[in-house]
Each structure stands twice: as C-alpha cells, then as structure tokens.
Design a protein around this ligand. Structure first.
Ligand code: ZN
Length: 259
C-alpha cells in the first residue's frame, strides 16, 4: 500500500469495532478521504488528542487502491482549533461548516480552493467572527466553488439585468433570480431583499478574511438562512443534521430577543 502525505482537516468521525475509529478528512490534494485510525479509542493510543473534530494537521495514510476506506499512519497537529470544541454553541456553529463540506463533496474529488476556504473559515471562527455571518459567507463561496452559484445579476428567464434595488425572487429550480414579470406563483422561489443580495455579491468579490469587518442586520441574516438553505437543500438533496440542531439550539435566543 502506498503512503500518501497531505494536509488535512478532520471533518467527522465514527466508532468502528472495539477500539478503532473511522475518521473523515478534507485534504488539500485528495479532497474527502476516509481512513481507519486503529486503536484510536484506547487510552494510550498515539492518536489521543490529535484526531479531534476541526483539527488541522499533516496526515500520512496508507492508500488502499480502489477502496474508499484507507488507513491512518500518522497525524501531526498543525492547528488543533481547540477553542472551537470548548463551548457548546461555538462547537455546533463550527460543526455546521465541516458537515456542510462533508455532505457537499464526493470522496476523492480534490478542490484546493475549497480546502483553503475551509481552513480560513475555521480560523475566523476561532478568532471570534460572528458565526452566522461566517456560515452564510461560507455557503455562497462553497456553492461557487462547486459550480452551483445562483445567477445573481440578471433574470434567469428573460435575461433582464437586475440592479437589486427592489426585493426579488431567488428560485433554486430556475437557477437564480427572477424579475417582477417572470416571478411565478407557487414556485420554489424565496424573496431576497436588497441588503441580503448585496451581501452575497459582496462576499463573492472580497477577500474572505475581511468578513470580520462586515455587518448585517438580524432581518437579513434570518432571510439569508432561509434562502441559502433552500439552495443547498436543492443541490445537496438532503437537510443538514447540524442545521436542524442549530435551529433548535438558537430557538430560545431568537424567541427571547427584542420584545
Ligand atoms: Zn424576467
């Protein structure tokens, strides 16, 4: 079995047998890779404290040709991202980001830009950037990198350029924005307001790291959750487990806001 060395982020794991663990990695040059860490659940395992969710490190693994399950040889921590695991809410918010990558990509499809985006997202979360803002920005950038970006500049049906000065409808099944004339009743389109649309366009243009300087109203944040989730659901074909958990967790906060 050939040994392969790459940089990787831990994006998930599950127990296997008595003492082993199957770990999902997102790697710089092989995309999503699943590998068995033998003995990882033993107290004296050499993997203790390193193969944790979000951990970024140098992965050495045995590549099993034509198999989807490889074998971890070594994982040397580069950035543990320990802070993301220490508080429950931040943990859940960060788990959403790695789970999105896990669901959105197939095994073995490398995308170095997506790898860099994921790493930047974890760094921004660890630096305390608003997780809601980060998640929405991450979603639209991920959609672009995977080739699912909605058409945001003109009507997908009549091709009229749209300035975004008035609320428009965004339809996953049509592939983007619909003008006032082309908007259909009973379709899958959701309304998107000018500030929300401006945020999406802005995030696609700017350096991801400058996200910390952007502000967005609570109304626009709530709207973008719906719009982007509908889009992701349409293309990924299923809901995200942590998205459900996240909305349940945040329910008391949203309900108890300004009264
Ligand atoms: Zn139109």
């Amino acid at each position: 079995m050939p040994l392969h060395t790459t940089e990787a982020v831990v994006i998930g794991s599950k127990d296997l047998g008595e003492a082993d663990r199957i770990v999902s990695f997102y790697t710089r040059d092989r995309g999503k890779v699943r590998a068995v860490a033998e003995g990882a659940r033993r107290i004296r395992s050499r993997f203790v404290g390193s193969l944790e969710l979000f951990a970024f490190g140098k992965l050495v693994y045995f590549e099993r040709p034509n198999k989807s399950l490889h074998k971890v040889n070594e994982f040397g921590l580069l950035e543990p991202f320990r802070a993301l695991r220490e508080a429950l809410e931040l943990f859940v918010q960060s788990a959403y980001v790695v789970e999105l990558v896990d669901l959105a990509v197939e095994e073995g499809e490398a995308n170095e830009e997506l790898f860099s985006l994921l790493l930047q997202a974890l760094r921004l979360l660890a630096q305390g950037v608003d997780p809601a803002l980060l998640q929405r920005a991450f979603e639209i950038r991920l959609l672009k990198l995977l080739g699912y970006l909605p058409e945001l500049r003109s009507c997908v049906l009549c091709r009229t350029p749209l300035s975004g000065a008035e609320p428009l409808m965004l339809s996953p099944s049509q592939g983007g924005l619909l003008c006032q004339d082309c908007r259909q009743e009973g379709g899958d389109g959701l309304l998107i307001s000018p500030p929300s649309l401006a945020f999406l366009k802005g995030v696609l243009r700017m350096e991801f790291a400058t996200l910390a300087r952007i502000g967005l109203s609570p109304e626009a944040k709530a709207e973008l959750v719906q719009v982007l989730r509908a889009w992701l659901f349409y293309f990924l074909g299923r809901g995200l487990r942590s998205a459900d958990f996240l909305s349940r967790l945040l329910l008391p906060l949203e309900g108890g806001g300004k009264g």
